[in-house]
Design a protein around this ligand. Structure first.
Ligand code: G6P
Ligand code: MG
Length: 216
C-alpha cells in the first residue's frame, strides 16, 4: 500500500527545460561555447553549478574560471532564467498533471516536490499550485544531487511516510535511479528517451488512476 506522492518538477509538472536551455545557451555563447538541444538533455535534473560545470567541460573551458567566477556565471544564468519564468501561467502545466493532482488531493494523498531547482517555490506559485503541496524539499539543504536518493528520502520524511510507502514521478533517468535506490515505486514520465528501471511508464499523468497507484 502506498500513502503519498513525490513529484519532480521540470518535465513532470511543467516543462521549464526549454527556458533553462535558452538561459544556458546565451551564457555559453558569451563564453564561446555552443550548446544544442541534444546536449541540453544531459542537464535535466542536474543542479545549477553542476550544469555550468558540464557546459564548461563540453566547451573545453573547465580550467579557465575560478570558483568565484563560476558562481558569478551561474548567478547570471539564473537572473536570465528568472526573467523568462515571469511569463509562466497555469497554462504551462503539463497536460494531465492537474487532473491527476486534483484527484490525489480529493483522496487526501499527501504530495511533495523533489526538485533540484531552487526556483521551485516561485515556479509553483506562478503555476498557481503552490498551496496544493504538503512539502517542497529545499535543494540548498542537500549534500548530494540525483541520482543520489537523498532528495527523495527527504521528501518522504517531509510528508511523514517511508520511501517504501511513496510513489515517485520523474522524467529523468538520474531521478528514476534515485527513486529506485530508496525503495520507492517509480513512475517514469517519458518524452523522447526511454526510462530504464521505471516500474511504470506514461506519457502523461492522467493515464494513471490514483487508487490503483495507492494499491501498488
Ligand atoms: C532542475 C532542472 C535542471 C536545473 C536544476 C536547478 O533539476 O531539471 O535543469 O539545472 O533544476 O535549477 P535552478 O532553478 O536551481 O537553477
Ligand atoms: Mg525533471
Amino acid at each position: 500500500m502506498k500513502k503519498g506522492f513525490v513529484f519532480d518538477l521540470d518535465g513532470v509538472i511543467t516543462d521549464t527545460a526549454k527556458l533553462h536551455f535558452i538561459a544556458w545557451k546565451d551564457l555559453a555563447a558569451m563564453l564561446d561555447i555552443e550548446i544544442d538541444l541534444t546536449f541540453n538533455e544531459q542537464l535535466k535534473g542536474v543542479g545549477r553549478m553542476d550544469s555550468l560545470e558540464r557546459i564548461l567541460v563540453y566547451g573545453g573551458k573547465e580550467k579557465d574560471f575560478s570558483l568565484a567566477q563560476k558562481e558569478t556565471l551561474a548567478e547570471e544564468k539564473n537572473k536570465h532564467y528568472v526573467e523568462l519564468l515571469q511569463d509562466l501561467t497555469p497554462q504551462d502545466l503539463l497536460p494531465g498533471f492537474k487532473t491527476f493532482l486534483d484527484s490525489a488531493k480529493k483522496k487526501q494523498v499527501p504530495c511533495a516536490v523533489a526538485s533540484a531547482s531552487k526556483n521551485a517555490p516561485f515556479i509553483l506559485k506562478k503555476l498557481e499550485i503552490f498551496d496544493e503541496f504538503d512539502a517542497i524539499v529545499d535543494p540548498a539543504t542537500l549534500t548530494k544531487g540525483k541520482p543520489d536518493p537523498e532528495i527523495f528520502i527527504r521528501a518522504a520524511q517531509a510528508i511523514h511516510i517511508t520511501p517504501e510507502e511513496a510513489v515517485g514521478f520523474e522524467d529523468a533517468q538520474a531521478g528514476i535511479e534515485g527513486i529506485k535506490a530508496c525503495g520507492m515505486f517509480a513512475v517514469g514520465v517519458e518524452t523522447t528517451e526511454p526510462l530504464y528501471q521505471a516500474d511504470l511508464r506514461v506519457k502523461r499523468l492522467d493515464e494513471l488512476s490514483v487508487d490503483s497507484l495507492l494499491q501498488k
